[in-house]
Design a protein. Structure first.
Length: 326
């Protein structure tokens, strides 16, 4: 039986959240760790009631992880998915997903600060986020903010995202590759290869995950905004071409395993049944939309924030039990 770590969560489960955190890019404006909640004299992270070192009492192994803060002292940590058409935000505690148009009003009319998956106007994005989340944070709170990022977004997206959330006064900002957020939000088993097709409003991405890490990624600057109400051939042809090219490379064994397992689709485009049917026909493989595919990425980022805060990893971002693994 696992040793119960402070905060009521098994040590192995909390360690999994920490391990995932180390894989992402983090920047802490405050530069400090959370204060120790152990009693004075027992050392950082000491267990309440443990004897101070050197008093002759038998020592007892304790975890150096900090306890979860009481609910009254927790910061309203936030997960964000900044899409070209819609922005979705999840806040710790409320477990409510806010879903609004990605539009700002800088005084000269409407502005669209995110285009084709890139933050083209960080200042307008900051204004939009302030309007959306300003009343959910206070000047005394410094939340941890997780932002989903296009896998090929690179450092330019990370810097723009940090600039956009700076008015929220975060104590740490980290970006989560959207492919990994989708897999986490869908409750997918990442021990086996997994193919993900993310069809957004202005961007289509195809990923291959191997052992939970993106090993291949492709994107096309076309999404549902560029298609007719029932049109999807352009996206289907692109995905089929990408998968065919993958099969010609050294990772063909992983691609074949992922195809036998089935393709996971996400994004607003996954809500179109004709896309699922056409992909199944072209790829000769089962294709399954993620549960609530338009919000699965922000739920995955929110679940990561839960893990970091010592919440129950078995709960997803909207507070229900995790969906079945595909």
């Amino acid at each position: 039986m696992n040793e119960q770590a402070p905060g009521g969560v098994p040590g192995e489960e909390r360690g999994a959240g920490r391990a995932r955190f180390r894989r992402y890019t983090a920047a802490s404006p405050s530069g400090g760790r959370r204060p120790s909640t152990g009693p004075a004299g027992n050392g950082v992270g000491a267990e309440p009631g443990a004897a101070p070192a050197g008093d002759g009492a038998p020592s007892r192994a304790v975890s150096l992880r900090h306890k979860a803060w009481p609910a009254s002292r927790q910061c309203p940590d936030i997960a964000l998915d900044l899409g070209s058409a819609r922005t979705r935000a999840w806040t710790l505690g409320k477990r409510v997903i806010l879903d609004v148009r990605t539009v700002a009003f800088p005084g000269t009319g409407q502005s669209y600060p995110v285009r084709r998956g890139a933050i083209v106007d960080p200042e307008a994005t900051a204004q939009m986020l302030g309007r959306l989340l300003g009343n959910r944070t206070s000047r005394f709170s410094h939340p941890v903010i997780a932002v989903t990022a296009p896998t090929l977004g690179g450092s330019a997206f990370r810097e723009a995202a940090r600039a956009a959330v700076r008015p929220l006064q975060p104590r740490a900002v980290f970006t989560v590759p959207s492919a990994e957020a989708i897999a986490l939000g869908a409750g997918a088993d990442t021990a086996r290869p997994l193919l993900i097709v993310d069809v957004g409003a202005q961007l289509t991405e195809v990923f291959l995950l191997t052992e939970g890490t993106v090993t291949e990624a492709h994107c096309m600057a076309v999404g549902t905004d560029d298609l007719g109400p029932t049109e999807c051939d352009h996206v289907v042809d692109y995905v089929a071409d990408v998968v065919t090219e993958m099969l010609r490379q050294d990772r063909s064994a992983n691609v074949l395993d992922a195809l036998r397992r089935g393709v996971l689709t996400a994004g607003g485009g996954a809500l179109r049944p004709e896309l699922t049917w056409r992909l199944t026909e072209r790829l000769h493989a089962p294709v399954r939309p993620a549960p609530a595919p338009h919000t699965v990425a922000v739920r995955g980022a929110g679940r990561l924030v839960q893990d970091l805060q010592g919440r129950t990893p078995g709960e997803n971002a909207y507070g229900a039990s995790a969906p079945p693994r595909p």
